[in-house]
Write a protein that binds this ligand. Structure first.
Ligand code: NAD
Ligand code: ZN
Length: 260
């Protein structure tokens, strides 16, 4: 991993005027907290408050224990994503795309808020899948989440696959599951073919997502990290911005567009 000169604080120190900049952005749960979806590891995080929730999030527990599945369906029913709308940070990335500067958004989020903000579906790489669909673990049938949630509301506590009777789950990557190889390849391509790699709202502790920062650096990109708390990649970044994303990202995007 390449060692870069390390500057902290105010935006703007790593951008050169009139330099073509293709930006790949890695987003995490921190970009959606302003939309009312809590993160996992921040001070108000779901797992910070309830470490046991991380244990039951594994695919092994989900498949083995009907109680875990029943609790998971109830949690899906009440998920804050259903009421969430995109915030200023999601919208800033739409501006970056419209300015012709966005290579890709690689997101660890499962909330589809980038697409709802107006980012083109083809620009969004969903590393960890989406909560808006359901998959059968036996026959891979994919169905819309609202249909299955209606069945839960009607009394089916652990609704089986309508085609084969198999166990169903949200179309997301649980702990213990591998990422889809084609999706990871697309993310690696995006990380290796940008001049600027921007990591926003992620603790950079989940791999292989976090390793994309290293791939971008190895390919010669500058790395900017925007997150309230320190991350393991801070020492390698050209700039670390420890400010609220809802304000800092629109500001940074404005600067990138003005300097391009
Ligand atoms: N919105 C979602 O879709 C959602 C929500 C929770 C968890 N997840 C899943 O859980 C995993 C969590 O990993 P992760 O790295 O994305 O999240 P994380 O919870 O590990 O880290 C989020 C980071 O964002 C920071 N943060 C939160 N709000 C912020 C703000 N307004 N301004 C600045 N910083 C802020 C926190 O300090 C924290 O370090 C992901 O793999 C994702 O699939 C998704
Ligand atoms: Zn099935």
């Amino acid at each position: 991993m390449g060692r870069k000169s390390h500057t902290r604080g105010k935006c703007g120190t790593v951008f050169r005027v009139n330099e073509p900049t293709h930006v790949s952005v890695l987003t995490g749960a921190g970009i959606s907290t302003d939309s009312g979806i809590p993160d996992y590891r921040g001070p108000q995080g779901v797992w910070t408050k309830n470490p046991q929730a991380a244990v039951t999030a594994t695919i092994e527990h989900y498949l083995a224990d009907p109680d875990v599945r029943r609790a998971a369906w109830q949690a899906r029913l009440d998920h804050p994503a259903w009421a969430a709308t995109p915030n200023a940070a999601h919208r800033a990335l739409v501006d970056l795309e419209r300015a012709g500067l966005l290579r890709a958004i690689i997101t660890q989020n499962i909330d589809e808020l980038h697409q709802r903000a107006g980012s083109a579906a083809g620009k969004v790489i969903e590393l960890h899948g989406t909560l808006h669909r359901v998959e059968c673990v036996a026959c891979d049938l994919i169905t819309p989440m609202p249909e299955v949630l209606d069945r839960v509301r009607a009394g089916e506590e652990d609704p089986p696959c309508p085609r084969c009777g198999g166990i169903q789950k949200s179309n997301t990557i649980s702990f213990g599951q591998q990422l889809k190889p084609a999706v990871l390849d697309a993310a690696r391509d995006a990380a290796r073919s940008c001049e600027l790699f921007l990591a926003v709202g992620t603790s950079l502790t989940v791999h292989p997502a976090a390793g994309l920062c290293g791939e971008a650096l190895d390919a010669g990109a500058r790395l900017v990290i925007m997150n309230a708390e320190p991350t393991p990649y801070d020492p390698f970044a050209d700039q670390v911005i420890n400010e609220p994303i809802g304000r800092a990202l629109p500001e940074l995007v404005k600067q990138i567009i003005e300097r391009s």
